[in-house]
Design a protein around this ligand. Structure first.
Ligand SMILES: *Cc1c(COP(=O)(O)O)cnc(C)c1O
Length: 357
């Protein structure tokens, strides 16, 4: 049966291989364990399938943003691995799913004290987003009993500029993190995100937390991408029409044919996370040849100029994301980052998970 909607293919072996490669890199830099950020449904690729594949590769620490995401990961993995909720939660909110909170505020410390639970403690070293402020760290250093009755599994911080290796904030954050840890009760450290794993020894820790690089995004944009691609998105041509020179295409008539043209209408739109800012700017591919997107991306449909591609007919698949058209490439054309392209991937695609086994 011909496809009527987009087909999203996720290569779980490639994700596992990326984790293994990052783990080796982290160990070489002096780090120990490596976890995985599987928040936002594993960056849009499917937390259940991705977490299971990473667990099979040896990953024992999984990071999500919300309790609900943690419940999904715990349900997929069963007991054992640590499932950490970065945004925190209050005692009881994880019911019996055994999630591990990140304590971000003095209020979190008070709420969890004497619960006997495993916790992570987040220190803000220069991002001003989540975590204890320098003043909160002073208070805790003066009175370590604020951590009474919890098991401090890791002290963590998060890098603001790791994807720009030369940014001076990176070494400042490393120094502030080391200074804060020296004043707090001894505990293992959790430091680098994907890009931070590429910054060398000072950024290695007891537990790295990569996300984007697992999914094939380039951790350091100014360097060649060392990660394996993991995602392919293709969508079917529903109709092909011939239009004369001077005829407009799509909402707003933003594109007008400069020659007699063949226009293919493809079943993908911004409701599928194929961003509207790609209007008039993206390239699809068919048999490795580039096919230009013309006119506006609409909710459910997008148009491509296939005048130079006579082999494209109704039922042909246009590849929108793939090895030759990476999420980072698509993001650059949309004026955003690969993270947003992946996490926007819609729920209407038929999803296919591939593994060698
Ligand atoms: C999302 C996130 C990560 C992973 O970041 P990547 O840049 O995707 O590797 C790590 N730590 C925290 C606190 C995060 O929010």
């Amino acid at each position: 049966m011909a496809e009527r909607s987009g087909l999203l293919t996720v290569d779980l072996d490639a994700i596992a291989a990326n984790w293994t490669a990052l783990h080796a890199r982290h160990t070489e830099a002096g780090g120990t364990d490596l976890g995985a950020a599987v928040k936002a449904d594993a960056y849009g690729l499917g937390a259940k399938q991705v977490s299971a594949a990473l667990a099979a590769a040896g990953c024992r620490h999984f990071f999500v943003a919300h309790v609900e995401e943690g419940v999904a990961v715990r349900t997929a993995l069963g007991p054992g691995p640590m499932v950490v909720v970065l945004n925190g939660f209050r005692p009881g909110e994880d019911e019996n799913y055994d999630l591990t909170p990140v304590l971000n505020t003095p209020g979190d410390l008070a709420a969890w004290s004497s619960t006997g639970r495993d916790v992570l403690l987040h220190i803000d070293t220069g991002m001003a987003r989540l975590g204890l402020s320098p003043r909160d760290v002073d208070a805790l250093a003066d009175d370590p009993s604020l951590l009474q009755g919890v098991k401090l599994r890791y002290v963590m911080t998060h890098l603001a500029c790791a994807d720009t290796p030369a940014d001076p904030l990176n070494v400042q954050q490393a120094a502030r993190f080391a200074a804060a840890r020296a004043r707090l009760p001894a505990a293992p450290a959790s430091f680098a995100n994907s890009a931070g794993l590429f910054l060398g020894h000072d950024f290695a820790s007891d537990l790295g937390r990569p996300g984007c690089a697992l999914y094939g995004l380039n951790p350091i944009a100014e360097r060649p991408n060392p990660m394996r691609p993991t995602v392919r998105l293709a969508a079917p041509v529903l109709q092909v029409r011939d239009i004369p020179a001077g005829a407009p295409v799509g909402y707003g008539a933003t594109w007008v044919a400069s020659r007699p043209s063949r226009i293919a209408t493809v079943a993908v739109g911004y409701a599928d996370g194929y961003l509207r800012s790609l209007s008039g700017r993206a390239l699809g591919r068919h048999n490795w040849q580039e096919v230009p997107l013309v006119g506006r991306v609409s909710m459910d449909l997008t148009t491509f100029d296939v005048t130079d591609h006579p082999a494209i007919t109704p039922g042909s698949m246009i590849e929108l994301i793939g090895p030759g058209n990476s999420p980072d490439d698509v993001a650059a054309r949309a004026g955003t980052i690969g993270y947003e392209v992946l996490t926007a991937l819609g729920s209407r695609y038929r999803r296919s998970y591939v593994t060698a086994a």
